[in-house]
Structures are given as C-alpha cells and as structure tokens.
Design a protein around this ligand. Structure first.
Ligand code: ADP
Length: 266
C-alpha cells in the first residue's frame, strides 16, 4: 500500500532516506493512478466506436433502412468511427514501440513546408466541418532540417487535430519561419486554452486536462507525449504557450548549429 508514508523524525542520513522513500512511494502512486486511468480510458475509447460500428452495420444488414440518404449517412458514420479506431490503434502501437525503444528514425534532409502542406490537407475537412479557418503563414526560403518525414507528419497531425478539437470558433494558424540558427514551426489556435497549472503535465503519457473536459472532446491523452518524444528524437524542442479562453500555441524548434556540429564530427 503506497499510501503509507514513513514517519520521518531525524534529519540525518536515515531521515533523508525516509524522505526519498516517501517521494518514491508518491511517484509510484501517481504512476499507478495514471495507469489505471489510462486503461479505463482506453477501454472506453475502444468500446465507443465498436458499439457504433456494430449498431449501424446491423441496422443496414437487417434491411431496416429504406432511404438511400439515410443509408449513406450510416455508412459515413461507420467510416468515421473506423478511422477513429485506426488512430487509437496507431497511437497505442507507437507508444508500445517507444516503451521498448524500438523506433528507428529514417533521418534525411527535409523541407517542413512539404510536411505542412500534406498534413494540412488531411485535416482540412475537419476544420471546415467546425467552420474554423485554417491559415498558413510560411516563409519563402526556409532551411532544410534533418528529420523523419513520416514521424514529422504525425507530430504535426497530432498538433493540428488537437488545435481543431479544442477550438470552438476562430482559426488555426500554422507558421513556419527559418532563421540562421533555427527553423521554427508553430501551430496556434483560438481555442479553450490550457490552465497554467496544467501546462507542466500535458506532455506526460495518459495525461489529460480535467477528466470531464477530456470525455467531452474525445482523444486518448497520448497525442502530446508522442509529439514530444518524436520531436526530441529529431533533435528538436517543443514549447507551449497558452491562455485560458484565448488560445494555445505549440512551437517546435529545430536548431541548425547543433546538427552541423554533429555532422562535422562524423
Ligand atoms: P488528447 O488525446 O486527450 O487530446 P493529448 O496528449 O493530445 O491528449 O493532449 C493532452 C491534453 O492537453 C488534452 O487532454 C487537452 O486537455 C490538452 N490540450 C492539448 N492540445 C490542446 C489545445 N490545442 N488546446 C487546448 N487544450 C489542449
């Protein structure tokens, strides 16, 4: 039982050891809580689309729907829910590979402008269906960076999907600027924002801001931990700025110097 804290009286080595054990117990307890929350989340998240798939497929195969319009509507729900399932399974798969340290990146010189254009295309419909304007502000000549195209696309997709998911009205802006020292990519939204006290935790696995809010918006609590991990594997850093009710900006920074130094050493 990790709730039992040691009573620490002395201030010597034994006392310090006692404090360390208490800290360790507290972090184990936190790990257990997030794990438990994760499995209950994941079961819920898996069950919901499956219930829809079964329900609508059954109605269709039982011949209970006459109008073509309605049939189309049901098929479209089946399609959307299967896409949701696919995302969830992909996230889980990536996460388990990361845990085993099995992910190998295919590093090459790449143009982030192309990543942005491909990814934005994928979320266009989603943004339109919420009447959000999806804006690009891409500097003309941006230095190439070293990265893995597929992973970079997933990073940006996660950020864009979040931006759209947590924004009710306004816009989502993707900005790319290249300077001598770094290439900087940011995704800004005019959404609900993230409370200041939650900011240090949002990149943690399974972490979601407010449980009630998480249920309402869907998602798995895995997106940002995958973002951070992938960006760091590609020698980048992530930062977040947010103001409640105003919006959120995620910024990815890829420094050039460091890579050139390292390449020079090879
Ligand atoms: P989820 O699948 O729940 O979106 P993420 O790891 O992607 O999980 O994000 C963690 C939490 O951070 C989310 O539950 C959400 O509360 C918050 N969050 C992420 N992106 C945004 C954003 N653009 N605006 C507001 N809140 C966000």
């Amino acid at each position: 039982n990790w709730d039992t804290r040691l009573q620490v009286g002395s201030r010597d080595e034994i006392g310090m050891l006692g404090h360390s054990i208490n800290d360790l117990a507290a972090s184990l307890q936190r790990y257990r809580d997030t794990r438990r929350a994760f499995f209950s989340n994941i079961s819920h998240e898996l069950r919901t689309p499956v219930t829809y798939l079964q329900g609508y497929a059954k109605v269709l195969t039982d011949g209970l729907v006459d109008s073509d319009k309605e049939k189309k509507q049901y098929l479209s729900i089946i399609y959307q829910e299967s896409v949701r399932l696919e995302h969830l399974i992909n996230d889980l798969f990536d996460l388990s590979k990361m845990e085993e340290g099995q992910i190998k990146l295919n590093m090459e010189w790449m143009d982030l402008k192309i990543t942005i254009k491909t990814t934005v295309q994928k979320v266009k419909l989603k943004a339109e269906s919420k009447r959000l304007s999806l804006q690009l502000d891409l500097q003309d000549q941006v230095p190439l960076i070293r990265g893995d195209r597929k992973r970079m696309e997933q990073v940006l997709l996660n950020l864009l999907e979040n931006a759209i998911r947590y924004t009710e009205k306004g816009s989502v802006l993707v900005r790319l600027t290249g300077k001598k020292e770094a290439t900087v990519l940011s995704v800004s939204d005019t959404g609900i924002g993230i409370p200041k006290e939650e900011l240090p935790y949002i990149f943690e696995r399974f972490y979601r801001v407010e449980k009630s809010r998480a249920r309402e918006y869907g998602g798995t609590g895995l997106g940002l931990s995958i973002v951070k991990k992938y960006v760091e594997m590609q020698d980048g850093t992530v930062r977040v700025d947010s103001q409640m009710g105003v919006g959120t900006t995620f910024t990815l920074i890829f420094t050039h110097e460091k890579k050139q130094r390292r390449d020079g050493m090879k």
